[in-house]
Design a protein around this ligand. Structure first.
Ligand code: ZN
Length: 410
């Protein structure tokens, strides 16, 4: 009998080989490569005597039949696609964890009460497309977007894969949330927390952070000669924005000390191309991204940001113009499922820590639809969305052990 480690390792190696690019792997959503990976996974699942089918969005469903197939089912899912020149484990690890669990359950001679569906979602990296399509939340605008300038429109790529995209943007849900008893997703961590933890290499995810973000807030001051204008006559947009960032950083540290879950980022800061070292800048454009598990914290910190901006307007004689704010709601994990995972980990003698997920996942929109959701994170040595991404097999197998026991016990 093939060990779980060999079984998993072979899938990781085969899929890496199938999708390798100059650096790392490239299997873009709704590409031929992604289809090829799904066909391969289907073959693996058939080898475990699972039933395989594709839904309206082309996601692959691999079913281990339970005693009562009519009952709400258990679901273990993640995505088959990757970013360009990305890592092999981001997404794939979650699908393989489900197949490993199915294999272990089958070989232990146990038949679960309900079906176990291991699902390989398509096109997560371009906006959770495969999962949103079957939840009925995909929009016509999504179909008219290009992932990168050289890519086809999403709708065209879907069509090339034999999918009817128009049927997916009518608001119709192909997955009834009531049919899912519990949803699990194992994923590599996309930050360094577990890798740097001396306590645990497996994390239980308490929720996926929501955010409020702006792409381009403008700070307008007065463009002027850097030598000729004394302090009291300046309306320096760069100085104003720098002051705002420093003030928000101090507030952020305060909130962390108070125990809030919060991350704050100004990822883009630009002055106009005509700007030079000897010109006081009259304009700065910058982005804002506030993420947290708590809607209350988000509202509080966003209000604080606007309050600080108003104060700085008065101090510096500048004006802030806010572009449209976008909101993504946080998705909390199901407490009961997290408790189950925690007790499975204790029974398996695997140390775990609880942590939020800063990045979005298919699990997020699944939870938004009211499906009980929980995620397991695995330590990752070199960060995510790059070809150096890494994962130790022993950490992965610890996650699989926790998942398998939980599926059996539910
Ligand atoms: Zn991912």
């Amino acid at each position: 009998m093939q060990t779980e480690k060999d079984f998993a390792q072979k899938i990781f190696t085969d899929v890496r080989e199938m999708s390798k690019s100059d650096l790392g792997v490239t299997r873009l959503g709704y590409s031929e490569k992604e289809t090829q990976v799904l066909r391969y996974l289907e073959k693996v699942a058939l080898g475990l005597s699972m039933n395989c089918s594709y839904d309206e969005a082309g996601n692959l469903w691999m079913t281990l039949e339970g005693k009562h197939p009519e009952r709400p089912f258990l679901m273990v899912a993640s995505h088959a696609d990757s970013v360009p020149e990305g890592g092999n484990f981001d997404g794939l690890a979650g699908i393989v964890s489900g197949l490993c669990a199915a294999k272990a359950i089958k070989e232990s001679g146990i038949q679960l009460d309900c079906n176990l569906n291991v699902v390989a979602f398509r096109c997560e990296e371009q906006g959770l497309i495969g999962s949103r399509a079957i939840l009925g939340t995909l929009t016509p605008e999504d179909l008219n977007r290009r992932y990168r300038p050289e890519c086809k429109l999403l709708g065209e790529s879907m069509q090339d894969c034999g999918i009817n995209p128009q049927a997916l943007v009518q608001g119709k849900a192909y997955l009834n949330p009531k049919d899912v008893a519990a949803y699990f997703e194992l994923h590599i961590e996309q930050g360094p927390k577990l890798e740097q933890s001396s306590q645990a290499k497996v994390g239980l995810v308490t929720g996926i952070r929501g955010n409020v973000f702006h792409r381009a807030i403008r700070c307008l001051g007065e463009t002027a000669h850097s030598g000729a204008i004394d302090f009291e006559f300046r309306h320096d947009a760069v100085a104003a924005v720098a002051q705002l960032f420093a003030a928000m950083r101090a507030h952020w540290i305060e909130r962390l000390k108070a125990g809030d879950d919060l991350v704050y980022t100004n990822g883009v800061v630009n002055t106009p191309p005509s700007q030079s070292f000897n010109i006081i800048s009259g304009e700065v454009t910058f982005s804002l991204d506030i993420r947290t598990l708590s809607v209350q914290t988000r509202e509080y910190f966003y209000e604080l940001f606007k309050k600080e901006a108003r104060k700085i307007e008065a101090d510096f004689g500048v004006r802030f113009e806010f572009d449209q704010a976008f909101y993504i709601e946080p998705a909390l994990s199901d407490e009961h499922l997290i408790n189950k995972l925690e007790s499975s980990a204790a029974q398996e003698n695997i140390p775990v820590i609880c942590m939020p997920s800063g990045a979005g996942h298919d699990a997020g929109d699944i939870a938004q639809e009211g499906i009980p959701m929980a995620m397991i994170f695995i330590a990752n040595q070199n960060g995510s969305h790059n070809h150096r991404e890494a994962m130790r097999m022993e950490d992965f197998l610890s996650g699989v052990q926790i998942l398998t026991r939980t599926l059996k016990d539910l």
